[in-house]
Every structure is written in structure tokens, then in C-alpha cells.
Ligand binder design. Structure first.
Ligand SMILES: Nc1ncnc2c1ncn2[C@@H]1O[C@H](COP(=O)(O)OP(=O)(O)OP(=O)(O)O)[C@@H](O)[C@H]1O
Ligand SMILES: [Mg+2]
Length: 219
């Protein structure tokens, strides 16, 4: 069972969006559980919308709880035969972030290219250092602009991530309304526009993360 935690000390970085989109895409072929450790319960609330609108029951299934419950939730996931667990975490809650990164095989850090987001990367890196989990972290450049601003945004991300010894994945997510639009009606990008850019980005990212986790596990 693979466990991926999505963390960033910065609010609004795209944690919940990334966790949901990956969970929906992966659940087409795998048994997926999304664990919501955020007391705001955004993912849990979204799941209720999905069930109401689409009637879809458990693809992915969602469990919400506080950090001390995480190991029990993971035990249950194992018993139920989950292939992949995605853990969504709140910003600025060390206990939740700590529990999530320690349990994870891979830690995904979504990062926007605004200066405020870039400056806040150090807070997330510090948390990963405290827990000695930096080695399993990868930065996912999120909401990348299109056109001529894109290269500059990617360079900015590298400029902040590299000195903090954080690897930036080559697979990136663009700034696209599709990432939020479908979620309003309980659907992911792979369900609303299978051949669209956002769906391709999520599918490519999912494949890269799966391969990466398998490599880490084999090492
Ligand atoms: N790649 C993207 N393109 C366009 N909009 C995006 C993208 N990623 C996230 N968003 C939007 O950014 C906003 C914040 O995203 P999200 O709620 O996923 O962040 P978060 O890190 O979970 O926030 P919080 O720290 O409050 O939990 C949402 O409105 C979401 O739709
Ligand atoms: Mg969130």
C-alpha cells in the first residue's frame, strides 16, 4: 500500500485540489482512500457533494480524523486492501503535518510561484527537517502560468527549492480553471475532460509519482 501525504505550511497552495485530483484519477484503476487530516474537512465535505451529485459511492473513499487517529485509519486501509492512500493536511498545524509525513512513502509539496508562496517554502522545509522526512519529499510546481511567464515561474521555484535541498518534479500543474470547476460538481479533471490539459497533467503526474514511490520502496 502506497501512502502519499500532501503538505505545505502555506494556505491555498493547492493541497486539497492536488490530493482530490490524484485520488479521483487513481481510483479509476486502484482502490484509493483519501484521509482528510484538515479540521476544515474540505475533502470530506467535497466527498458528500460527489456522493449527492454523482451517486458514486467509494471511488475514492474518504476518511476524516485527527492526527492521533491516523495510524488506526491506515491499519483499516491496509485491512480493506487499499492500493493508495492520499493524506490531505492543513496548513500551520505541525501535529497533523508531522503525523502525515512520518507515515508517508512520498511527501508531495505543491508550490505556487508567487513570492509569498516561495518564501513560505522554508517553513515546510523546516518541518520536513524536524521529522527527517525531506528525502521523501518532492515539490510539485502548481498553478504555473502559461505563455512567456511560465519559464520565469519555474526558474523562481527552482531558485527557492534547490538551496533547501528539495527536488522539483519535472511534471507540473498549470493554472487552469478546470482544476476547480469540476470539483464543484463532485468530479475530477479526468472525469470531465479526459483529453484536456488538466487531465493529461494529472495522469502524467500520477504515473511519475507511482514510479518514484516504487523506486524509493525498492531502494
Ligand atoms: N492548478 C490550479 N489551477 C487553478 N486553480 C487552482 C490550482 N490549484 C489550486 N487551485 C485553486 O486554488 C485555491 C486553493 O486550493 P486548495 O484549497 O486546494 O489549497 P489548500 O492548500 O488545500 O488550501 P488550505 O491550506 O486552505 O487547505 C482553490 O480555489 C483551488 O481551486
Ligand atoms: Mg486544503
Amino acid at each position: 500500500m502506497k501512502i502519499w501525504s500532501v503538505v505545505s505550511q502555506k494556505g491555498g497552495a493547492g493541497k486539497t485540489t492536488l490530493a482530490l485530483q490524484l485520488a479521483i484519477a487513481a481510483s479509476e484503476q486502484l482502490k484509493v482512500l483519501l484521509i482528510d487530516l484538515d479540521p476544515q474537512e474540505s475533502a470530506e465535505r467535497w466527498h458528500q457533494i460527489r456522493q449527492r451529485i454523482t451517486g458514486t459511492k467509494d471511488d475514492p473513499s474518504i476518511a476524516a480524523g485527527l492526527p492521533p487517529k491516523l495510524s488506526d485509519m491506515l491499519k483499516t486501509a491496509r485491512k480493506l486492501g487499499a492500493d493508495l492512500v492520499l493524506i490531505d493536511t492543513p496548513p500551520k498545524r505541525e501535529r497533523a503535518i508531522h503525523a502525515a509525513v512520518v507515515a508517508a512513502g512520498l511527501v508531495l509539496v505543491p508550490l505556487r510561484s508567487s513570492v509569498l508562496d516561495l518564501q513560505a517554502l522554508k517553513d515546510t522545509a523546516d518541518e520536513l527537517d524536524v521529522t527527517k522526512c525531506k528525502g521523501k519529499a518532492v515539490v510539485v510546481a502548481n498553478a504555473m502560468p502559461s505563455g512567456r511567464n511560465r519559464d520565469g515561474a519555474i526558474k523562481d521555484i527552482m531558485r527557492y527549492a534547490t538551496p533547501l535541498k528539495l527536488e522539483v518534479l519535472a511534471e507540473r500543474l498549470s493554472d487552469l480553471p478546470a482544476y476547480s470547476q469540476g470539483l464543484k460538481s463532485g468530479r475530477g479533471v479526468t472525469e470531465i475532460e479526459r483529453n484536456g490539459t488538466a487531465a493529461k497533467e494529472i495522469t502524467t503526474l500520477l504515473e511519475a509519482l507511482w514510479a518514484r514511490d516504487s523506486e524509493v520502496a525498492a531502494a
